[in-house]
Design a protein around this ligand. Structure first.
Ligand code: KG4
Ligand code: ZN
Length: 340
């Protein structure tokens, strides 16, 4: 195909206001992210109402910066892509409304994108050789999904968390040991000073669902351990707790995900989502994949956490398949993967 397709993508499902310009699906011409983390830190987590207000304040500026950094006027865009779910309804509505307004004013086609599909598609940006089919593990603040990527835009979820998402567990444990929000990167850093074998935390299995996950028992076990130390007047070694907790999460993710890759007869595996930027998780998957002769793919950390480039990549494959959204597109906070 000789035609060049340029997509302006917008992401505002949680606490990042982001816009990007993506050429032919895999070439990122600009990727602007305004993170609201500093704002929400005060409250120990994302406050939806504050996030919505900040998105409104920032969205036009972020879109203009994305076009300017790509050296392209809006008129040269072939489509405008936007995350319309899942996520927080107020924040989603800001991105969806901005995208619809641009499309209404210019006549440029609109493409609504599933946020998790975006995370998975982030793998295409830097891995030019990666094509479906493969297995993807999506580990973010809101989701823990094991997904068969059968073709572009065709997914089957084969495992999911029964309770907390992996990122949620990181954030809750970080709060318990006084690290603050967001916990993932802080646990990642502190773990390097701790012993992952120091404390044995449970590795949960879900009966008769080999590829499902459960992290709430692990979180309780960490809290019990900390309370136990306090009762006995013993000091809590926070680095050991962080490293041992992190190891328990990673062990379960690696075992379940790679067992699924083999059981379903795949030889390629990709990780996605904010937790996929965890350095120990990346090296654990790297060595386990080598042992099992599975090719391992992962996005750079900036494409693991929320960004709009991944939304532009996902939208490109939808665009090629002729999929377009109407100007009646709405935010769908609990949108299921595969639904349109
Ligand atoms: O994908 P993401 O940016 O937003 C959602 O779609 O949820 O993921 C955010 C989650 C948070 O829970 C954060 O603590 C976690 O990803 N996270 C990490 C790391 N960086 C971000 N978890 C573990 N290690 C990290 N380095
Ligand atoms: Zn996300």
């Amino acid at each position: 195909m000789n035609e060049e397709i340029r997509i302006l993508a917008i992401e505002s499902s949680c606490d990042e206001t982001a816009a990007a310009v993506v050429l032919n699906g895999r070439e990122v011409l600009s990727n602007i992210i305004f993170s609201q983390i500093e704002l929400h830190k005060l409250y120990g987590g994302v406050v939806p109402e504050i996030a919505s207000r900040k998105h409104i304040e920032k969205i036009n500026q972020v879109i203009e910066e994305a076009l300017a950094a790509a050296h392209m006027p809006l008129q040269e865009m072939d489509a405008v892509a936007v995350t319309y779910g899942p996520g927080l309804v107020g924040p989603l509505l800001v991105g969806v409304s901005a995208a619809k307004a641009i499309c209404f004013a210019t006549g440029i086609p609109l493409i609504g994108v599933h946020h998790i599909e975006g995370h998975i598609n982030a793998n295409y940006i830097e891995n030019r050789d990666l094509e479906p089919p493969f297995v993807a593990l999506v580990v973010s603040g809101g989701h823990t999904h094991l997904v068969l990527v059968k073709d572009y835009g065709i997914y089957e979820i084969i495992g999911r968390t029964r309770d907390d998402a992996a990122g949620e567990a990181f954030d809750k444990v970080a709060r318990a040991i006084g690290l603050g929000y967001p916990g993932g990167p802080k646990i990642d850093r502190l773990s390097k000073e701790g012993n992952p074998e120091a404390i044995h935390f449970p590795r949960a299995r879900v009966a008769e669902a080999a590829y499902d996950f459960s992290f709430s028992g692990l979180k309780s076990s960490v809290l019990n351990y900390i309370n136990g130390c306090e009762r006995k007047g013993e000091p809590v070694n926070r680095a050991d707790v962080a490293a041992s907790f992190q190891k328990a999460v990673i062990d379960v993710l690696v075992e379940h995900a790679l067992d699924a890759v083999e059981a379903y007869g795949f030889d390629r595996f990709a990780i996605a989502g904010g937790v996929a930027s965890n350095s120990s998780l990346r090296s654990a998957f790297d060595s386990a994949c080598r042992e099992r002769n599975i090719t391992f793919y992962h996005p750079s950390p900036v494409y693991c956490t929320d960004n709009a480039a991944m939304i532009g990549t996902a939208a490109y494959y939808e665009y090629l398949q002729g999929k377009r959204s109407g100007l009646d597109l709405n935010a769908v906070p609990n949108l299921k993967l595969g639904e349109r």
